[in-house]
Design a protein around this ligand. Structure first.
Ligand code: BG6
Length: 504
């Protein structure tokens, strides 16, 4: 397939960015991995782009005995450079998350630092801790009177950011939500799905709703099927303890994959406003045909070779039970029972330790109804395919047929593509800086409302119950594989094929 390079001669760019208001950010789990790898670099990115208020500071919380000075050293290591003005905004408070005394000290610290930084009541509590601690911390914040502003001004000035996973099935998610909503109102809660913060995922909405050409063909009349793939070449990265109790269905499908599906398939929201968009996403999730366990292919990787290196099997990973039945791969076919999508299959797959890293959404259009080129042996013409490439090499491509110069009848598939990196001379912003900035400006658009998570868990509960009872087969695939026979059968039995993962 020949590639056509894009050329942008002129583009009217509308850039709307609201800088953060003065705010205190309290991070629980501040000495942990996520804080170091994602949160601190994301805050630094906002600082460099001058999007943080001057009146901004962080209190890191954790069980470790760290002084402010030691915590600032962690900050410097995380950003990989000396930046005193930035790192001096970081403070640390040591304590046990279940000890009321710790919250008393935290209250005093907030009062003192709020005065120092001239911040009224704006505070964000970020839960970057193991999920078992979410209800503990939320309740303690409630008992300490920290979940509402002291002067009873707008309660939305106090916010709670919660990492995924939000529950591990419908019941646990409901229990967690009921505890958290005793202390915080839904308008104060920001449930993270970091995929929603990715530039290319946000671009799904811009592509669909800022261009007139797609809407008329974005339906069962023109679209044959959709494939959503999140292929990872990494394994479980020292997270065996967590992953072995989770698996691909909970870790990737319940959240990232269903959210991407919702953005691709939802009806056009009437405005770019948080609840308008979230209403449409929930409506779409509610119209998915109930999942049956037999709709899913589940599998686990064995040892293999990736990029020329031998990698061990899932069962040999640290923290994984030697007889673990946890899946590291799933594939399924989803149907949407509404007018727009009736009978259009959405094939969805995700796996760890596959041959390449590749996340994309491919929309395959129906073939032309009749080939007038049959006399040249072209009875059937290839479909047009629109690929939204989420990562790596973020971009969009469109495949179409065209004449090649030369002989009278010479046709080929061309790929018109753009990559963000080639067109825009900027580093792709980190998902976490988008999400942190949005939380600071009080924009919940890219965060999950409870009803959307609840709907997702409702869909998955029967599948999880079946798997729990070991009723369904756990297939094996070698690390480094593109796919395997049973996953191929899922789509091939419909007369279609998976798109290649490598060399996209
Ligand atoms: C996380 C999962 O939510 O997403 C990980 O817990 C996964 O298992 C990660 O590796 C993938 O995120 P990204 O941004 O690297 O595609």
């Amino acid at each position: 397939m020949q590639k056509i390079e894009p050329k942008v001669t002129q583009m009217d760019i509308v850039c709307a960015e609201i800088p953060a208001s003065p705010v205190a950010l309290v991070v629980f789990g501040a000495s942990g991995d996520l804080t170091k790898r994602k949160l601190i670099p994301a805050l630094f990115e906002l600082y460099q782009r001058e999007l943080l208020s001057e009146n901004f500071y962080v209190i890191g919380c954790g069980r470790r005995q760290l002084s402010d000075k030691q915590f600032r050293k962690v900050v410097t290591e995380a950003i990989g450079t000396e930046a005193d003005e930035f790192s001096k905004k970081f403070h640390f408070e040591t304590g046990g998350y279940d000890e009321p005394d710790f919250y008393k000290r935290l209250t005093n610290r907030l009062e003192q630092l709020n005065k120092q930084y001239s911040i009224d009541n704006n505070v964000i509590f970020y839960l970057s801790v193991p999920p078992a601690l979410y209800p503990v911390i939320a309740e303690q914040l409630g008992s300490a009177g920290l979940t509402c502003p002291k002067d009873n001004t707008q309660k939305e000035n106090v916010r709670l950011i919660i990492e995924k996973p939000f529950g591990r099935d419908l019941q646990s998610a409901a229990e967690l939500n009921s505890i958290i909503t005793k202390c915080f109102d839904e308008s104060q809660i920001y449930r993270i799905d970091h995929y929603l913060g990715k530039e290319t995922v946000q671009n799904i909405m811009i592509l669909r709703f800022a261009n007139a050409i797609y809407e008329p063909i974005w339906n069962r009349d023109y679209i044959d099927h959709v494939q959503i793939t999140i292929a990872e070449s990494v394994g479980i990265e020292h997270r065996g303890g967590y992953y072995d109790k989770s698996g691909a269905l909970r870790d990737m499908f319940q959240n990232h994959m269903l959210q991407m599906l919702a953005l691709v398939a939802m009806e056009p929201p009437s405005s770019f406003e948080a609840n308008c968009i979230r209403d449409e996403k929930v409506k779409l999730l509610k119209s998915l045909r109930p999942f049956e366990p037999s709709d899913f292919i589940r599998a686990q990787y064995t040892n293999g070779v990736i990029d020329g290196e031998n990698v061990s099997s899932y069962l040999e990973e640290e923290g994984v039970a030697p007889d673990s039945q946890t899946e590291t791969y799933i594939a399924t076919k989803i149907l949407v029972d509404n007018w727009r999508w009736q009978d259009v299959p959405f094939y969805v797959r995700t796996g760890k330790r596959l041959g390449a890293k590749n996340t994309n959404i491919a929309i395959t259009f129906k073939k032309v109804p009749h080939s007038m080129f049959a006399s040249f042996g072209l009875d059937e013409l290839p479909s047009n395919i629109l690929v939204l490439q989420i990562q790596p090499q973020e971009g969009i491509s469109f495949q179409f047929q065209a004449k090649r110069p030369g002989s009278k009848m010479c046709m080929g598939t061309l790929d018109m593509h753009f990559h963000y990196s080639e067109l825009f001379d900027v580093k792709m912003p980190e998902a976490y800086s988008r999400l942190l900035l949005d939380a600071m400006t009080g924009d919940q658009t890219l965060f999950n409302r409870y009803d959307s998570l609840e709907t997702a868990w409702k869909l998955l509960d029967p599948v999880l119950a079946d798997w729990q009872n070991n009723n369904s087969t756990l297939y094996k695939y070698p690390a480094g594989a593109e796919s395997f026979a049973e996953a191929d059968k899922l789509i091939e039995s419909d007369g279609r094929n998976w798109r290649a993962i490598a060399n996209h």
